[in-house]
Design a protein. Structure first.
Length: 339
């Protein structure tokens, strides 16, 4: 399904309703005025137009006479709901892996924005930018406030006690009274930036989480992938990568098996991937890399990780890993923490 205008998942509107109740207001009259049906918001898979969410936030802000209402709604109410995405992120072995899963599945939250996660020296940045070229479809300040505060809340729940982000960047101009933003985000805020960004120290993001469960995280990630497939237009590369992710632990992953699952001939699959400029082996390597890092962070034996990923010889896995990351599996997190 391809949306001509941006949409957001139902949890965003439910979060606004919960915030209104917490602040002593009944959201029902506001929902009725905006023609938003409560039954729809309770229906799994329902998506709200981005415009409707902006109207809901704007009118809620006016009702409460709070310029920072969207900020409050994102920060004070469970950001990811009781969703597969929430548990895929929360159960990840490290904060960095949780953020990467959040980025990969970001279109579930809103298909009007693109997210990326990159290393910049001793820091990592999560960047959010509009996926629509039209100014009419770009995020307004209400949506940016809610998206950044909810994203930050979700991520910082993964961090060790006492650790937090280092700085923020907003595309909006500095509010007339920025004190609520500084109170929540800290003093290091850049206003009128080209893109929205959240920064963390890399060493903090590589810290293993004691409450992680990678197997459950993978199961929830697969469920979230299925939900994402229902609301976005998938490339063949995405379909293949997700199928590899779902079956990589079942044994040797082959093009023949993946093609059969997708209901096409292997030559047809190869032709589709070639048209998109990618090969099956490249996609398999991408999944193997992600899985290898996940398992290393759980302190799994290197030989066992390699075997699960299809390498019968541990040295072959170590050689592949070093080719991917420039360092051996045993030294990867040591280097990440000191770089």
């Amino acid at each position: 399904m391809v949306h001509e205008t941006p949409t957001v998942w139902r949890h965003a509107a439910l979060r606004v309703c919960a915030a209104l109740r917490q602040l002593g207001k009944n959201p029902q009259p506001l929902l009725s005025r905006l023609h938003i049906n409560v039954d729809d918001l309770l229906r799994p898979g329902f998506r709200l137009s981005s415009v409707s969410l902006s109207q809901l936030l704007a009118e809620g802000s006016q009702l409460l006479d709070r310029e920072d209402f969207a900020l409050y709604a994102g920060a004070e109410v469970e950001p990811l709901g009781n969703s597969a995405l929430r548990w895929a992120v929360a159960l990840s072995p490290t904060p960095a892996q949780g953020i990467q899963r959040l980025v990969n599945l970001f279109p579930l939250i809103t298909d009007g924005a693109l997210a990326s996660f990159e290393s910049r020296g001793k820091e990592h940045a999560l960047t959010i930018s509009s996926s629509f070229s039209s100014d009419a479809h770009k995020m307004d300040s209400f949506q940016e406030d809610m998206l950044l505060s909810s994203t930050l809340t979700a991520v910082e729940a993964l961090l060790p006690d006492g650790c937090q982000h280092t700085r923020m960047e907003f595309t909006q101009r500095k509010p007339d009274d920025p004190s609520p933003w500084y109170e929540f985000f800290g003093e290091e805020i850049k206003w009128a930036a080209p893109q929205s960004k959240i920064w963390w120290k890399t060493s903090v993001l590589c810290t293993p989480k004691l409450d992680s469960n990678e197997e459950l995280a993978l199961a929830h990630e697969y469920l979230a992938m299925q939900q994402l497939a229902a609301v976005t237009s998938q490339t063949w590369a995405q379909r293949v990568e997700w199928q590899i992710t779902a079956t990589i632990l079942d044994g040797s992953v082959t093009q023949t098996a993946v093609a059969a699952h997708l209901g096409i001939e292997i030559r047809t699959l190869q032709r589709h991937l070639k048209a998109e400029g990618v090969s099956f082996q490249e996609l398999l390597a991408t999944v193997r890399k992600r899985r290898a890092l996940n398992q290393l962070s759980c302190n799994r034996p290197i030989a066992q990780i390699g075997y699960e990923l299809g390498y019968t010889d541990p040295s072959a896995f170590c050689n592949a890993f070093k080719k991917w990351f420039g360092v051996s599996p045993g030294n990867y997190f040591k280097v990440a923490k000191t770089s």
